[in-house]
Write a protein that binds this ligand. Sequence first.
Ligand code: TRP
Length: 334
Amino acid sequence: MKSTILTGDRPTGKLHLGHYVGSLAARVKFQHDHRQFVMLADTQALTDNAENPEKVRENILEVALDYLAVGIDPNVTTIFIQSLVQAIPELTMYFLNLVTWNRLKHNPTVKLEIQQKGFGEEVPAGFMVYPVNQAADITIFKANLVPVGEDQLPVIEQAVELVRKFNRTYKTEILVEPKAYIPPIARLPGVDGKAKMSKSLGNAIYLSDSVDEVSKKVKSMYTDPGHLRVEDPGKVEGNPVFTYLDAFAHDKAKVAELKEHYQRGGLGDSVVKKYLLENLLAFLEPIRKRREELAKDPKHVMEILHRGTEVARQVADHTLKEVRGAMGINYFKS
Ligand code: TRP
């Protein structure tokens, strides 16, 4: 069965290996067999960047370049800009009446982000309700599959609740319940060993990093702190070097052999890192080249987004009509 996929990213910075493993790889894989929408979530990005619209604006192009460079194909995937699909905020407003303030306050993803961003009580109202906006993103395209990182699960759960509530309240079946797709390696640790690779933690390897930058980051990577001398046995679990190898090295037998040797003792970190670096550079080089090529013609990239946005608008407007019909507020029946 063909699924409809919707997913996206906040354009607040270039994308990194964590994005690739968490969601970009799935998009490239799924795009030929499913109907896929990929969204530059600028409206959502503004919920905590109201003072920095230029940052969001600049990163629209950067993220679009990352998408195209990893192989998201605009001929089969509709790539679009969230804020230009105005049916989304309208559906958001209707959804907001179907969720309680209390429920919003207890969304674990939002709670964690409030803490990380240090908002305290001064959290922007727009930020508090972004999961509702995200539910509208997904449901306006009747997406049933959403490839996302693990941290987004509570947001998808809230979207499911909203769909159920909407369909029940307005006695309809027009909205579709989405399901999260979580990839085999759902989360990539940072080069510093922290649980998550993230721009704000400064522990990311970007898809656009130069050979020098990647080398530097790999050389400084956190490994097993107990692995002091080469002959000491080392730990593989929780050792990001091996997590990255699992994600990016094709020769699984070689990785298994390295793990075994490392655990037994006698294998130095620098040897494993050298092998990782080779694999990462092999993976990143074609992406970086394609990105550089595409970056020479930003107008062309913006044109791709423009076309995608037109398609997205039509689909979304169609659903919005059905939504208004189900609610009985289609006053002029147009
Ligand atoms: N919240 C997602 C993130 O921070 C971005 C996003 C916005 C999204 N709307 C979406 C993801 C809809 C999936 C589906 O990365």
